[in-house]
Design a binder for this molecule. Sequence first.
Ligand code: GLA
Ligand code: ZN
Length: 696
Amino acid sequence: MAGGLARLTDELGILYGGDYNPEQWDREVWREDVALMREAGVNLVTVGVFSWSHLEPRPGEYRFAWLDEVLDLLHDAGIAVDLATPVASPPPWLGHRHPESLPTTADGTVLSYGSRNQFCPSSDAYRTAAVAIAEQVAARYARHPAVRMWHAGNEYGQVCFCDRCAERFRDWLRARYGTLDDLNAAWATAVWSQEYGDWAEILPPRVAPYHHNPAQELDFRRFGSDLLLDLYREQKAVVRRHDRDRPVTTNLMGFFGGIDPHDWRADLDVVADDAYPDPASPDAAADAALVNHLARGLAGGGSWLRMEQAASAVSWREHNLTKSPERLRTEVLQALAHGCDGALFFQWRQARSGPERFHSAMLPVAGADTAVHQGVRSLGAELRALRGLVGEPVHRRVALLWDWTSWWAATQVALPTARLDPLATLQAWHRELWRLGVVADVVPADRADVALHDYDLVLAPAQYVLDNDSAARLDAYVAGGGHLVWGPFGGVADGLSHLHAGRSPAPLRHVLGVSAEEWVPLPDGGSAVAWSGAGVEGLRGTAATLGERTRSDGADVLATYDDGPLAGCVAVARHAHGSGRTWYVGTALAGPAGGLGDVLRAALDDAGVPLGGQGPGVETVWRGGVLVAINHADRAATLDLAAARAVGPAAVRDATVPTDVPTDVLTDLLTGARHDGSATLPLAPYDVVVLATGRP
Ligand code: GLA
Ligand code: ZN
């Protein structure tokens, strides 16, 4: 159901709140919670995610009075509820009575209860019990006025290698391949004497003496994602029997490898994502942006919801840095700029007990008289003032290609190098874009429903897998006038991890005008790269990790390797194809001059995409007619409004917004201050300004 999020935000404005776990507290605390939530501007809480044992202490014995009371309390206070089906953490009785409901690891270890998430996704006992408790919850609360959204499970990601999962895997393979002959062909089981003569012989990739069959591994990943999707659908179907229209969702985890979210998005009424940027990372702001761009890509370019984040520290890293309220504010408003229409947290009240007792919350264990909570309150007030941004489109003209098949396949064992991490490559390319002030959607190459033509420039930093259909779409995109930048070790394999035959990237070499015959890991220290093409002479760069023995088949050579095993081969090239243009970057390219940033800048220029960079750490994003400028750095900066307006949407650039306030005047939505459109504004460390063109 499209528009699931709009149903909430139309009524509530920007969503603000978090996971609320009242089962951990007594009644007096609930009352205090609700009062403090109101003061903090909380309008939505997620209830019941881990409440199964509290709702059903023994099989079939239900205890709902406490939840009735909590939902009534919240409703009386005007706080809406995202109600969970509490199936992420089964109670001990399930594992005790049905040990086969517990998950088994690849080495045969059965995982115990006493933690959370301990279920085998194929277990009938688990599924029956999960459907039963969901049925009870949905039947009882479908008409409760507090409930506005449903939250099935939590962060689906379980993997199991048990016999029952093996059976289910075989069913999945039968449906995919039909016959054993076809499966044997697809998996190339003639390699290493793996030909299957009976379906019963096929297993998940359990611990084995040496490397697994890569095609089998990839199919097991797909199967695992589909199996969890079945579970989610089962839960959603239960809810739908009682509530035909309120949105149902579950929380995704950004770049989490366990499920392919592109297969899930049609079943998610709201794209909801959990994110915990590491405050210790110097690239935290850029990488957080990338996660937001993925969520927006999944939402088809529309609005999405941050379902969970930390108000300050998490407790699951080795060393958990805290986050100042100012820094938290930059993260929340950054997400808002990137199309997020709600800021929810894990969790409302910090736990005093259990493994997450040191995890921060909107209300710390030290109480309301704390910097964290006061920051949460002022942020709540600011979000109310920014309601006008809800549903507004994010201005972007660039796409970054990224799909799970490629990620899974490029992280298998026995590659030319284990050091070319595809996610690190994606992040490295995106960090350059971020520094250049360019916002990009993260979209999959392997789905036909992505409208590449909506983008002026498409970047493929780590497209290891490229099937023929995806290659044909990229070909048509470029031929029709699109611009494509192609990264290293791309188009190497098909969707089953088999290498394409012929010079690489076989399905796309005619589009790129180059071809490679060998993948060549580079010595530590890398190789020098000399730039020689028109306009780039004299630049110097370094190629790291891996290059390709590439020649030009008609492309203009911009840079070649100067030394090392690839001396004389093409490192960077540009090619005209149809009415469009391609750039080939065959290695991990570092600066200072002649690095990746230089290539991307040239490609952006070529594609007519303006750069919005405002200096180190300053990010500017246009959402609708609103400019969000964020100083992510711990030092003062400035914002050049004329430059920021020049890269905004055409309506802003052309000053055609119909309004009685001239578009060259911007109004600060948080302070009411007006600024001349050519002013330069000071930005304090970690400051954010939200400026509307025209009448706010
Ligand atoms: C995820 C989970 C939460 C909680 C947080 C801690 O978001 O969904 O239940 O464990 O991590 O960061
Ligand atoms: Zn299992």
